[in-house]
Design a protein around this ligand. Sequence first.
Ligand code: NAD
Length: 503
Amino acid sequence: MVATVASDVRTLRNFVGGRWVDADGVSTQEIRNPATDEVVARVPLTGAAEVDAAVQAAQAAFPAWRATPPQERARYFFALRQKLEEHKDELARLIVTEMGKTLDDAKGEVQRGIDNVETACGIPSLMMGYGLEDGAARGIDEEVVFQPLGVFAAITPYNFPFMIAFWFLPYAVATGNTFVLKPSELDPGVQQRVFELIEECGFPPGVINLLNGGVDAATGLLDHPLVKGVSFVGSTKVAAAVYARGAANGKRVQASGGAKNAIVVMPDANMDAYLSTMMNSFYGAAGQRCLANSLVLPVGGAHAAARDRIVEAARSIRLGDGLEPGVHLGPVVSAAARDRIVQAIDDGVAEGAEPVLDGRNAHVPERPKGYFVGPTLLDGVTPRMGVYKDEIFGPVVGMTPVADLDEAIALINAAEYGNAASIFTESGGAARKFRYDVETGNIGINVGVAAPVSAFPFSGAKRSFFGTLHPQGRDVVRFYTESKVVITRWTTGDGSPVTGVGR
Ligand code: NAD
């Protein structure tokens, strides 16, 4: 079916060197509203020439920006925080229109992004060095300062088109680097608006740049000799490739990848208190979160109760356009994503899983062209099935009953991914064993979506994260700066060392 294309559909622009520029002569791609299938904008697929222009602009801005005192740099972020706060609702609506999540969820995403701007406002304290008098020897002092490196780039995914850019941008820039953002080509409209607000804050030209595009733009950044480091979030296959390519080009890289997170429901879990956080973790954002729990491992007698409660709660989930009040579950991002998710459910059923809840034929009468998949629960999923192993990234949950906590932990630790895992229990002993033994970067204890706030690192392990230093938290200063050690001694006129003893 051919979608309606409004005649006034805009083509997004790049923001380079403090100016809005058209990416002339490159092909464009349609951005569609996943609830309606309407084309809302076109995104230019920027090529090598535009990448070079953006990186050169960032490089030119670096010396003066680096020399701007951290407290002054932070003031730009106080201003940006205020702008984002004032435009929260508008930004959230843009997210819904291109990505599909519900408006409440999108507002939460905007808040999480703003949280990072607020944390970056503390950069004068965060990036302080340390030192020790007589640290090297008597009369010889030693200290560390953290210095910015130059141009950093971030390549971000579609599922949090606002927030994830803010895992990087505020910290890279507040520490004194300059920056190029390449958002996902599926839903870049919200970043276009963010950059209009960035422009209003008066950052010096070239300090923060926006490049729209896909693989070519990303590859151009990974290959550009002036880019010192790259922050990436996306699927594991791409994260691994980005990490390897960036490292081969001598850059520092942090690359967050995909996930397949499990929750363990113990027989003593308080389902009354925690069912809603579990449901949010399964079906929030239509399962398109890297912290979505897409596997349930009920222990022993917890199986029947967990299954019945999830089925019952799913009955009240209202599917629809995320902009409509009262909707809990919006569409998935694209028609291709919907088809892929439906195929994954088909495959799971063909492999023997039981579709206790089946979202394959979801239909929203008021949005007949939307890319909807209903909440799905497959029981009897075994570790050998694709629906157990593969990241589906849709509202699809597999249930794999286990005999005890040891079996649950062994299953989680055998997985290729290591993003997050949660346990629901009233037992401190079970919870401690879980947090101690489980090999994932983020752990929830009676928490469905174990999402670290801005002051803590957004962790990840195994093939969910490539690198050492994570987004957010104290890791940011180390990732975006180099530590320089200064060892100092002074002598008096006669050449003897200035020590603390009478000199
Ligand atoms: P994706 O890997 O398809 O794309 C992510 C970004 O990489 C986009 O900007 C895209 O243009 C770019 N890209 C695509 N191919 C590339 C290539 N060959 N080289 C360089 N760049 C390339 O991911 P997506 O579908 O946009 O996002 C969903 C994925 O992101 C899921 O797997 C999800 O789990 C993951 N994710 C992880 C985290 C985390 O913190 N671990 C957070 C959010 C999303």
